[in-house]
Every structure is written in C-alpha cells, then in structure tokens.
Design a binder for this molecule. Structure first.
Ligand SMILES: [Mn+2]
Length: 317
C-alpha cells in the first residue's frame, strides 16, 4: 500500500493554559496510530519522528499579564520547537506539530515564515488567540500567539526576540471562530483580517466561504494550517480545555481539508488542545484521535479511506 511520509514533531507544551495532560497528547496519539496500523483499516500515513520538546505545568502556573511577566519567562523550549519544526519542514515533506496547547504555534508559525515568508496561515479555531498579555483576562498564553506573531520583531518583548519573522495581517485567515472578546473583534476589523465565523459559514454557505479561501490561498506559495480541536462542535468528543458550542461539523472541516490538499501548498500543520486527561473514557479519547487522524489524512492526501468505519456526521445524526 502506498504510504505518505510526514515529518512529526512532538510539541509537548502545556504552560499556555492551566489543565495538566496536554503533554501526554502526542504520545497517546502515536499509541492510537500504532494500534490502528494493526487493524484492517490501516491509515496510509507514516510519520518520521523529528524530535520532542517538553514543558510541563509546574506548581507555579505561568501567567502573563504584561511585558514584565513575559520577560521573566524563558522561552527556550519554544525556540527549540521552532528549530525542530523548521527541521521537519526542511525534509521537503509536510510537517506535523502535535501539541500541546495553542501557544506552541508562536514557534511553529515562526518556523514556517523562516522557511518561506510567502506563507498563508489558516487558523481553524473557536478562538482568535489574539490577545496581548495586557488585554488578556486569563493571563493564559494560549490566547495570545497570533498577537505576538503579528507584532514587528522590534516591538516584541525581549524574551520573544528569538522570533525573527512577523506575520502580516493579510497572511492569516480564521475559520470557525466564534468566541471573540471586544479587543479581538476590534483588532480583526481594524486590521481587516479575513475571518469566517461559524455564523458566516452558515449564512453565506460553506461553498462560498471556501471559494473565498481558495482565492486567498492562490496569492501565496505556502500554507500553514493551525488546527485547534475546539473549532468543532461540542457534540463531538473533543477532550479539550475550552470547548465552545455551535461549532463546526466534521463534514465542514473535511471539506476545508480537501480544498487545502488540492492546492498542494500545505507545508506545516499544528494539531493542538487535545487533552487525554479530559476524556471521560478510552472510547471518547479514541474518537477524538480518530478525528485528528482523519483530518491529517485528508489534508495531506485529500482522501479518507475509512471515514465510513469510524465516527462521522451521519453516524451521529
Ligand atoms: Mn486556539
């Protein structure tokens, strides 16, 4: 059977939020994958392990309410992750960064931009993750990555000077976003950042939204997809820290995945915020990893051979 080889980085970082367990996600996913490889419905994906980087929650939670808090923290793990992700990309195949919380995308998007500044980021998430430390109510870093990616390097706090590239506001598109605070809403409007809320997708139609996205993708050489599992509706087992209802359906994320696959431009992919410890059962965790696996397969190969065997929209209808 023809297999697709992908680079795989274990981005076991969980300090961007407050629930332990995200550092176990990539190992659990690999266990799930190995079990699946022994089943009759073998995935066609194979992963080349590039490396692993770990940052566990310690007793003292990392909270960031201002620049001083950011500068008091060592981002060496993030810097290391950026190097690993860049190494994965340099192998001339699609790289997957399996998280971890969404703060890790500061490092992986930095790697994508280092690889090619002409990169479009597609941020698939219930949240915009667009707060500065000063604007954040929670002080959780996983709500801030896009803000710091979009800052000019010289304006960033000293602890983020390892980030050499900046993400222009026209280089990002949001998909599935629906839980925005006032600051983020203003930011999206003032910077004219392209975004498709779930409401937009339902009122304008998925086909129209995807055609707009396709037009945007055509202006770029490379695509980085940052996939937060909480983009999906809470009907699905998500095992995630900040679920938001009225989310995307599986068929919608698979259509998006196929569009990206058909462009042939995907280079780097984040899969974040699946916390095995938040699963109510082993079955529930399996379902979530199965969604992740199918999404990765669809977005890298443009097909899924076993979608009918495992949970799908129709099975849940
Ligand atoms: Mn997120």
């Amino acid at each position: 059977m023809q297999q697709t080889l992908l680079s795989f980085v274990q981005a076991d970082i969980e300090i961007g939020q407050t629930k332990s367990g995200l550092t176990e996600s990539s190992d659990s996913f690999l266990t799930h994958l190995h079990r699946r490889q022994k089943s009759p419905f073998k995935p066609t994906l194979a992963f080349d392990l590039i490396g692993k980087t770990e940052q566990h929650l310690s007793d003292k939670l990392a909270k960031f309410y201002n620049e001083q808090d950011l500068n008091a923290f060592s981002f060496s793990i993030y810097q290391h992750l950026a190097d690993l992700s860049f190494r994965g990309l340099s192998k001339n195949r699609i790289n997957v960064n399996f998280g971890g919380d969404h703060s890790l995308s500061m490092a992986t998007v930095e790697a994508s931009l280092r690889h090619n500044p002409n990169t479009l980021v597609i941020w698939i998430d219930a949240h915009a993750d667009l707060n500065s430390a000063e604007e954040s109510l929670s002080g959780n870093l996983h709500g801030m990555p896009v803000y710091y990616l979009m800052q000019k390097p010289e304006n960033r706090p000293a602890s983020l000077h390892w980030m050499k590239n900046h993400l222009p506001s026209e280089n990002i598109v949001y998909f599935g976003v629906r839980d925005l605070d006032h600051f983020e809403r203003e930011y999206l409007e003032s910077k004219k950042i392209m975004h498709f809320t779930v409401h937009d997708i339902r009122t304008q139609g998925l086909t129209f939204c995807l055609s707009q996205l396709a037009k945007k993708m055509s202006q770029f050489e490379n695509v980085h997809v940052s996939f937060d599992i909480d983009c999906l509706d809470t009907n699905y087992a998500l095992c995630t820290g900040v679920p938001v209802n009225n989310g995307l359906e599986l068929s919608e994320i698979y259509s998006l995945a196929q569009l990206v696959a058909s462009s042939g431009k995907l280079k780097n992919l984040d899969m974040v915020e699946i916390n095995p410890r938040l699963a109510k059962s082993a079955l529930e965790l399996n379902e979530t990893f199965e969604i992740a696996l199918q999404f990765i397969q669809q977005i890298t190969e443009g097909k899924s051979e076993y979608a009918s065997v495992y949970p799908t929209d129709s099975a849940r209808a």
